[in-house]
Design a protein around this ligand. Sequence first.
Ligand code: AMP
Length: 295
Amino acid sequence: MGCRTGSGMHKTLKMILFKNSSDLRTFLENNREIKGLKTGFVPTMGALHEGHTSLIRASQAEDGLTICSIFVNPYQFNDRKDFEKYPVDTERDILLLEKAGTDMLFLPSVDEIFPQGKSLEKYEIGYLETVLEGRYRPGHYQGVCQVMSRLLTLINPHHLFMGQKDFQQCLVVKQLISQLKLNVQFHTVPTTRAPDGLALSSRNSRLSPEQRIQAAAISVTLGDIRNEFRGGDPAPVLHIAHEKLEEAGFKTDYIAIARAKDLRPLISWDGKEKAVALIAAFLGEVRLIDNMLLN
Ligand code: AMP
């Protein structure tokens, strides 16, 4: 990208930063260089790590420009404390995104996305809102849909990149895309992990050094399920997994094995249908989630 400045846009070395929607919209619509080029979009809540940069790289592997957003959406936090403690380091994020070669960053305020006085719409999420994350975080996916519908309508990207780490979120957003009849290709990007297997997450920074060591038990447990469960009734396997996690110091919200396409429960698995094991558990006050495909 060349260097451009304009009202509401701040030039960094290569990446263009937008703080308001109308500037971003005008830029996307009017900039001749962009016309004809494809755009890939990577939405985030900041506190970026290598998992996020893997999404940026996946976007760069497609032809076109990569647009990232950083927006800590207050409406997708069902737990106020989790929102207040969500790590924020925008300066560092900007440098990291620029180093990763991101073309544009959208950094809106809460008021920009959710103007005061405007009531929030309700989405028909169906079954996915009643299970796992939907069940344990009431209102979470409404918040996700509210922000994603605004971002996707504004940016109108050709490609959207989201992490398998948030498996259920990928299904919810795919469903939203089809409900809104948006012409965007969805890409699920595999989970980036630390050497001990822990899925990278912004929340990991809130773990104490001791908890950080304990935290690897989630991915170890998922790996055990994947290696040991060959089919049939998942209940005994889940029972053992639950015990292992609790022994490792976790307070488990759920451990489940479900159909990968819609997260419906698998009462008796034939070993062929695409299946996924999912865990959400607390270490102290920090809630961690992870999942692994079983086949
Ligand atoms: P967040 O900032 O946590 O909302 O995450 C923004 C995007 O990054 C979402 O699509 C996440 O699924 C994805 N993401 C978060 N952690 C990872 C990871 N460890 N590996 C791959 N993608 C991730």
